[in-house]
Design a protein around this ligand. Structure first.
Ligand code: PMP
Length: 449
């Protein structure tokens, strides 16, 4: 890779972004009352000097306030996996909020039981509770796991991401031991007091960590999706289940992103048997919603514990969790949008996306790899594909990533800012995928000179 050329091209694309997006830039410069000039600090994670401001979004399309159209493969980093504002969800939200009235009345609606039954059909867990975010679903699942096992610690995979959950911000350090994830903001205590960590795909390390007998639950994605996609090797997930069972450790599958694998995520696609399952983002079709599921037996054990305050201020729950609007949106999303048939179409498009990217990479003999998980595809600057989070983290190349993202965005294609992830929604088309392939190919040609 000619770094000087990459540097030049990145500068050129940054200048082009400034030329194309004067309104977004001005809006950003005016935003003096926001912490970091953005509604949420992570919105500064954008290739270029400022974010493009959203004007409209529908299906797989987004427009910005400078009047540009984009094919959106970012899809809110999965929050919009159902497509932006799909009709069925828009109707359900309007009906609940405007026609019937009531988003948050502290009273249940019948939609919740429908959603619980549908999540049971899809994921196998038989009792469900709701949150507004996947982060909170994880927090509450962790608390329940600690309560029921009486053990203090949680184990996660190195370079996994489960939201802003204190216990999960741990990585395997250079000495092979657990240490705080670099940049962790305001940790309440040394993370090794609350957590253990093992590399994904490393059963020996997991076995060693679980042998201490102090881990309440392993919280994991069945495939890592937040440090590129790292797929499980044959036998790994079965090994995790066997080790967790043998050591009396609960297994929590976080399906927030791996939901892309199919209507029941990896859990259904690969016949996994977690004790708890967490999910968020996509299930609400764009309206905040998260959920955690547990077995009937685990639910009974928890509900039977008189020392646990599951009703008031015991630390599991939130005022807006399970609200009528979230439930109406989630029902509409699962019933009409992210259906079994929709997933089949999304996976087909994702295969096309993968083949397109792979052919561009192989033609140029670049040492990169492409991984796919159902409707989600991601390329990584390493070949063979990394098999652990730490290996994948080592393969990141911010300058190269920024160049590709900016080149694509300047030509009307959006990828997820945090990585090279492309997600298909039910409204994505073959033409959209082929447009990406063409623009990606052009970006690589420029790089080659
Ligand atoms: N779990 C996983 C696997 C995620 O990828 C994320 C967010 N990227 C979360 C949990 C947290 O989701 P949220 O920020 O919506 O709470």
């Amino acid at each position: 890779m000619d770094r000087a050329r990459l540097h030049q091209l990145l500068a050129r694309e940054s200048a082009e972004a400034e030329r194309r997006n004067p309104r977004s830039r001005a809006a950003y410069e005016r935003a003096e009352h926001l912490f970091g000039r953005v509604p949420m600090t992570w919105m500064n994670k954008t290739a270029g000097a400022f974010p493009r401001y959203l004007a409209t979004a529908r299906g797989a399309r987004v427009t910005d306030i400078d009047g540009h159209d984009y094919i959106d493969f970012c899809l809110g980093d999965t929050g919009a996996m159902a497509g932006h504002s799909p009709d069925a969800v828009a109707r359900a939200v309007h009906r609940r909020f405007a026609d019937l009235g009531g988003a948050t009345a502290m009273l249940p609606t019948e939609d919740a039981e429908w959603v619980g039954a549908e999540l049971t059909r899809r994921f196998g867990l038989t009792r469900w509770s709701f949150s507004l975010t996947a982060t909170d679903a994880n927090r509450w699942a962790i608390r329940l796991a600690r309560a029921v096992t009486g053990r203090p610690k949680i184990l996660v995979n190195s370079y996994s991401y489960h939201g802003s959950v204190d216990e999960s911000l741990i990585v395997v350090g250079p000495d092979g031991r657990g240490t705080a994830r670099p940049g962790n903001v305001g940790a309440p205590c040394d993370v090794t007091l609350t957590s253990r960590v093992a590399e994904f795909n490393d059963l020996d390390q997991l076995e060693g960590e679980l042998a201490h007998g102090d881990v309440a639950a392993v919280l994991m994605e069945p495939a890592l999706t937040n440090i590129g996609i790292v797929l499980p090797e044959p036998g790994y997930l079965a090994g995790v289940r066997e080790l967790t069972r043998r050591t009396g450790t609960l297994l929590i599958n976080d399906e927030t992103h791996t939901f892309s694998a199919g209507p029941g995520g990896c859990t259904a696609a690969w016949s996994l048997e977690p004790d708890l399952l967490t999910i968020g983002k996509a299930i609400g079709g764009g309206i905040p919603a998260g959920a955690y599921g547990l077995s009937a037996e685990l639910a009974e054990r928890l509900l039977g514990r008189e020392d646990l305050d599951l009703v008031d201020m015991g630390g599991v729950g939130g005022t807006l969790a399970g609200n009528a609007l979230s439930m109406a949106a989630t029902r509409a999303t699962l019933e009409h949008v992210l259906t079994d048939e929709a997933f089949a179409g999304m996976a087909k498009l994702s295969r096309r996306f993968e083949a397109g990217v792979r052919s561009c990479i192989e033609r140029r003999e670049l040492p990169w790899s492409v991984s796919r998980l159902g409707a989600r595809t991601e390329y990584r600057f390493a070949n063979p594909a990394p098999r652990t989070g730490t290996e994948s983290a080592a393969a990141s190349d911010t300058e190269l990533e920024d160049y590709l993202h900016l080149f694509l965005a300047n030509r009307g294609v959006l990828l997820t800012p945090f990585h090279n992830m492309a997600l298909m929604c039910p409204a994505t088309t073959e033409e959209d995928v082929d447009t990406h392939t063409e623009v990606f190919d052009a970006a690589l040609s420029e790089l080659a000179g």
